[in-house]
Design a protein around this ligand. Structure first.
Ligand code: PLP
Length: 401
């Protein structure tokens, strides 16, 4: 078969409202408010970042970064296993392990690569991986790359996982998000952990959106579910979300980390994260632990948002995390709603297929400790104008909103 011209493929995406566009922005925090300036010069309040604790613009992170850059240079100049592994990386790994109560942690350049590394190292051809239907794309890609077969179970259905594990002894890995990135709900970690442990399968939890936000000490979804570290042998976390920096890690036993160092190709064959990034992350981790008000604030703003949205009959998904999806139902409607909110001065991004299943297109509002209360109230008012009332919802959706 001959290749298709790209312009017709692009036109086809456009006709289905599936073209993705970047907006070039200049992000900053002013008087405790997360703002972005769009190219046309307009300033918008940003309700789409993953900067849950408001740390991305913290001056202490910026100065840790520049001091480290002056000392160690901008780049690491080699992979970790050659000469790229620096003191800042080593300390950050120790501090992450201590924070999470694990024997060791291993830095990866991105969460995407951490998931590729974990899945390819732990699963092999001839084995089977079990994934939540709404798992992050990087978990799915890791499963594909591993060469193992994989099977997706209905979203958050621990019963289905128990059955599959019982029936299929070939399953060696079960993987799930801790907090689901597009839905904001939390996986049933206790049941998944006991089911996987009973069948000697690895449980991999990607807690990109839980670390720093959930749990009494900000340790994430596991702490939120009342679980200790060792209940989940493989914990993946990212550093570019609540911690406001960049990069990712895997935390677990000494042997797990040693094995990943030997086997995880996305760890081995890539340049080490710049040390200034690690230095900024160490600062972020210290602030996140010290300033517990950040976590409390973003969760209080989340509750405020939900209450106000419920009163106005805005169709929310069931989520108590700072990820608050608003159902709109089609790609065209999601884009139109996004545009209306832009006009009202808010950046709230439409999430379309294939990021979410078709028919579940949504606006994804995310809260940050760097939002003032009045802006949270204002975005709810705009949402009501844009999506409130006019939508047809199913009975299940009405119950969950
Ligand atoms: C953001 C995200 C990732 C990717 O992390 P990056 O560091 O941005 O590559 C992986 N998993 C989940 C669940 C995420 O939300």
């Amino acid at each position: 078969m001959r290749r298709q011209p790209l312009d017709s493929l692009l036109a086809d995406l456009d006709a289905r409202y599936l073209t993705r566009r970047r907006t070039t922005v200049d992000g900053f925090v002013e008087q405790g408010n997360r703002l972005v300036t769009a190219k046309d010069g307009r300033t918008l309040v940003d309700f789409s970042s993953n900067d849950y604790l408001g740390l991305a613009h913290h001056p202490a992170l910026a100065s840790a970064m520049s001091e480290c850059a002056a000392r160690n240079g901008a780049g690491s100049a080699a992979s970790h296993l050659i000469t790229g592994h620096g003191v800042e990386h080593e300390r950050l790994e120790e501090e992450l392990a201590a924070f999470l109560g694990r024997e060791r942690a291993l830095l990866f350049s991105t969460g995407y690569m951490a998931n590729l590394g974990v899945m390819t190292a732990l699963a092999d051809r001839g084995e089977c991986i079990l994934l939540d239907r709404l798992s992050h794309a990087s978990i799915i890609d890791g499963a594909l790359l591993s060469g193992a077969r994989f099977k997706r179970y209905p979203h958050c259905d621990a019963g289905a996982v128990e059955c599959e594990l019982e029936e299929n002894p070939g399953i060696t890995v079960v993987a799930t998000d801790g907090v689901f990135s597009m839905d904001g709900d939390v996986a049933p970690l206790q049941r998944l952990a006991s089911a996987a442990a009973a069948r000697k399968a690895w449980l991999v939890v990607d807690d990109a959106h839980g670390i720093g936000v959930l749990g009494d000490n900000g340790r994430g979804s596991l702490e939120h579910c009342g679980m200790s570290g060792d209940a989940v042998p493989v914990l993946v976390g990212t550093l570019g979300k609540a911690l406001g920096s960049f990069g990712a890690f895997v935390a677990g036993s000494r042997d797990l980390i040693e094995y990943l160092i030997q086997k995880a190709r996305p760890y081995i064959y890539t340049t080490a994260l710049p040390q200034p990034v690690a230095a900024a992350t160490r600062e972020a981790l210290a602030i996140a632990q010290r300033e517990t008000w950040r976590r409390e604030r973003v969760l209080a703003l989340t509750a405020r948002f939900r209450n106000a949205a419920r009163e106005r009959k805005i169709p929310l998904l069931e989520s108590n995390t700072p990820i608050q999806p608003v159902r709109v139902g089609s790609s065209g409607a999601a884009l139109a709603a996004q545009r209306c909110l832009f006009e009202s001065g808010f950046r709230v991004v439409a999430i379309r297929a294939p990021t979410v299943p078709r028919g579940s297109e949504r606006l994804r509002v995310t809260l940050s400790a760097a939002h003032p209360e009045n802006q949270v109230d204002a975005v709810v008012e705009s949402l009501q104008r844009v999506v409130g009332g006019g939508l047809r919802t199913t009975p299940a959706e009405r119950r969950s909103s």
